[in-house]
Each structure stands twice: as structure tokens, then as C-alpha cells.
Design a protein around this ligand. Structure first.
Ligand code: 3PG
Ligand code: MG
Length: 428
């Protein structure tokens, strides 16, 4: 049983994998194995296996209890084509390594061959199916395709939090089919943990509750900001989205990334913060640089920008020829102080262009502050995506309370939108 907040509904109870009797049963389990891959010597190699590692507790439980485990996942966005670079085959090999048992691989996710392979599975066996997005019908959530997927399922488990915001056949449609037949549909242990930390923990957080939000766009985060203004004691803003706030306050933003049409949205957030007496911290200084177009082209055929003359800017106005790329030292100090007082911390989004060392200090300093506060007893929750990447780069990933495996999914859940992949699971 699991308590989770779904949309505006009160606490709902969903089955978890612990509630199931799986012995000898075919358990069709959706996982998010959408991992980063890199070509090395003509082979695709996994560069970060976190999403695979995080499913091991659920898998071990199912194996121990004698389930026949059939895993399905997507990789990349092949748009209905058999794109060889997006095959899940390397993931099967990695999973076998991690589990220490063989993991069979089927080069399709539906059809007779899959049914035959499943037909000879024994309790405790694990099979990974090929990329469900090799079929258009997956993202279209076609009922006929969901029926085909469900052919090998007695029970359905969803451990793919990272894909739970998608209403696709493997995340949503198939659960409906299994449930209609009277089969149970349950959350995996990773899904349960994600909903606990991003859900319950943040509904009644220990105070002060400090939220750090970064990233490029206000429009990506505005609903999260709006929602969190009802929960947080302080909101710390970094990343390019800070410039949309500055523009709204009447400052010059130079060549910084801004959404000039989002001024009203920014002003409304500032007004709400004031009305609710939420501390709303914006950067007071930054690291700026001058963009220079080079001869090199990026993948999209646009000239690569070189950032020249990086320097600290203590003025709230940005020079016309420069762009802001990181928070400055005074801001780092203020944000570190705010984080050090927190009992609950939520962090989503980097403070600047952290992939470039010259603009990584703000993000790294926040990462250190979050790790320090955690050591002093705070609960720290990292909302997926780039902030997780930044923490891992700073080798601080193991020094926070919880890191989400979801990017888009964690944002949508923080907005308290209903996640179709969770909604489709069986109520207690
Ligand atoms: C992710 O990596 O964000 C999830 O696996 C979902 O992938 P998608 O954005 O392609 O649906
Ligand atoms: Mg995504």
C-alpha cells in the first residue's frame, strides 16, 4: 500500500509490488531505462547507469519471490522506427552484470516470438524486451498495441517514475488492459520512493523549507514556483530564468537568455511571494561573458558560441554586449547562508552554464551547501535532470537524502499534476 498525492485529489492508496503474490506469475514491469549512451569503438556504451541501478531493489524482490520478470522500456525518441543506436540490447548486458544472473533479451516488444520466449520462462527469470518506441502505437497509446503488450502479463508493475508523466501504451494503456482482466497493477519500489520524497515529504516539510530553482526558462518552472510558494519559507532563484525576473524589475539584461513575454508571470510570482511572506531571493551579482560566434557549427547547424572575457558583474544591469552565465560570489554567499538554515531542501535546476568550468562555481557551491546542510540533519531532495548531473559531477551525489530519476516527471509531479502512469495503477 502506498500513500501518494495525485493532482488535487486527497491521499490515494495504490498497490505496491509488496502487496502482490507474484510466485510463478508473469510480471510485466515498465522501467525507465532511458539512459545516456555513447558510441565507443562502434558499440553503444552506457555512460550513466543510475536508472538501471535504481530498479534493482524491485527486481531483486520479484526474483526472490519467484516471479517471471518481463521488462519493457523506451530508449530515446526513435519515432516509430527501428533505430539501431536506440536498441536496449546494451542495457540487458548491463543489467545482467548488476544482478549477477543472466538477463535474456528479445529483439521485439510484442508478437509471437516474445510470447514464445515468455512461454518457456521459469520463476526468477528476467527478460528485457526491445524499445517500445520502435512502434508509433506506443506514444499514441493505441489500445490494440496495449492489448498486444498485455498478452504476456498476469500482473503489471510500474517502476518507471521518469516516464510516469507520459500516457503511453506501456505506461498507461497496458495497465488498463491488465486491470480490466482482473490483474493487479502496482507501483515498484523506486516509484514508491519517488512519490514519497517528491510527494509526501514536501507536503508537510520540516521548516525552514528552502527551495532552490534554476534552469533556463521561467516558463518551464512557473507552475512549480506557483505551487511551491504555498509551501516554502524561501525560494532561491538562479540560472538564466533569473534574468526574466530582472527584466520584469526594469533592469537591462544585455545578451542574457530572457523570455521577454514572461514579465507578467515573473511579476505575479514576486507579488505572490510578498503576499505570502515567502523570502524570494534573486541573484544580486553574476558572472558574465561576451558571446562570440565561431566558424564551428553545432548539430543543429548553428554557429557555436564562444564565451569570452568571463568576469564578475556586481551591477544588477548587464552590459549590452554580455550575457549572464552564473550567479556571482555575493549571491553564492547569500544562497549558502539560506541553505544552511534549512531543515528541508528541494533543488531543481543549475545556477548557470555549469557544463563550462568557468560558469560552474555557483552550481557547485549550491551543491556543497546542500550536502553540508544534509550532514547537519536537513532532508535534501533533488528534483532530477541537470541538478543530479551537477551533484554527481561534484561527487556529492551520495551526500543528499534523495535524487530523483525523473526529469520532466519530477517537475510535473512537483506541479501536482496527475501522473498517468500512477493514476492507472490499482487502488488498494
Ligand atoms: C526522460 O528521460 O525524461 C524519460 O525517460 C522520458 O523520456 P521522454 O521525455 O522522451 O518521454
Ligand atoms: Mg524528457
Amino acid at each position: 500500500m502506498m500513500a501518494a498525492l495525485l493532482g488535487d485529489q486527497p491521499i490515494m492508496l495504490k498497490l505496491t509490488v509488496k502487496d502482490l503474490n507474484v510466485r510463478g506469475q508473469r510480471v510485466l514491469m515498465r522501467v525507465d531505462y532511458n539512459v545516456p549512451l555513447e558510441e565507443r569503438d562502434g558499440q553503444m556504451a552506457i555512460t550513466d547507469a543510475t536508472r538501471i541501478v535504481e530498479t534493482l531493489p524491485t527486481l531483486k524482490l520479484l526474483i526472490e519471490q519467484g516471479a517471471k520478470v518481463i521488462l519493457m522500456a523506451h530508449l530515446g525518441r526513435p519515432k516509430g522506427k527501428r533505430e539501431p543506436s536506440m536498441s536496449l540490447r546494451p542495457v540487458a548486458a548491463k543489467l545482467a552484470d548488476l544482478l549477477g544472473i543472466p538477463v535474456a533479451f528479445a529483439d521485439d516488444c510484442v508478437g509471437e516470438k516474445v510470447e514464445k520466449t515468455v512461454g518457456v520462462m521459469k520463476p526468477g527469470d528476467v527478460l528485457l524486451l526491445e524499445n517500445v518506441r520502435y512502434y508509433d502505437a506506443e506514444e499514441a497509446n493505441e489500445p490494440a498495441f496495449a492489448e498486444k503488450l498485455a498478452k504476456v502479463a498476469d500482473l503489471y508493475v510500474n517502476d518507471a517514475f521518469g516516464a510516469a508523466h507520459r500516457a503511453h501504451a506501456s505506461t498507461e494503456g497496458v495497465a488498463r488492459v491488465v486491470a480490466k482482466r482482473g490483474g493487479q497493477c502496482a507501483a515498484g519500489l523506486l516509484m514508491e520512493r519517488e512519490l514519497k520524497f517528491l510527494g509526501e515529504e514536501l507536503e508537510s516539510p520540516a521548516r525552514p523549507f528552502v527551495v532552490i530553482l534554476g534552469g533556463a526558462k521561467v516558463s518551464d518552472k512557473i507552475q512549480v514556483i506557483d505551487r511551491l510558494l504555498e509551501k516554502a519559507d524561501a525560494l532561491l532563484i538562479g540560472g538564466a530564468m533569473a534574468y526574466t525576473f530582472r527584466l520584469a524589475q526594469g533592469y537591462r539584461t544585455g545578451k542574457s537568455l530572457v523570455e521577454s513575454d514572461k514579465g507578467d508571470v515573473a511579476k505575479a510570482a514576486l507579488a505572490k511571494a510578498k503576499a505570502r511572506k515567502v523570502e524570494f531571493l534573486l541573484p544580486t551579482d553574476d558572472v558574465i561573458a561576451t558571446p562570440v560566434k565561431t566558424e564551428k557549427m553545432d548539430k543543429k547547424g548553428k554557429p557555436v558560441i564562444e564565451w569570452q572575457n568571463p568576469r564578475v558583474n556586481a551591477d544588477l544591469n548587464c552590459p549590452d554586449d554580455a550575457a549572464g552565465l552564473d550567479i556571482g560570489p555575493a549571491t553564492v554567499k547569500a544562497y549558502t547562508a539560506a541553505v544552511s538554515k534549512a531543515k528541508t531542501i528541494l533543488w531543481n535546476g543549475p545556477m548557470g552554464l555549469f557544463e563550462d568550468k568557468r560558469f560552474a562555481e555557483g552550481t557547485n557551491a549550491v551543491a556543497r551547501a546542500v550536502a553540508d546542510a544534509t550532514q547537519h540533519g536537513a532532508t535534501s531532495i533533488i528534483g532530477g535532470g541537470d541538478s543530479v548531473k551537477a551533484l554527481n559531477r561534484a561527487k556529492l551525489g551520495n551526500q543528499v537524502t534523495f535524487m530523483s530519476t525523473g526529469g520532466g516527471a519530477s517537475l510535473e509531479f512537483l506541479e501536482r499534476k496527475e501522473l498517468p502512469g500512477v493514476a492507472a495503477l490499482s487502488d488498494k
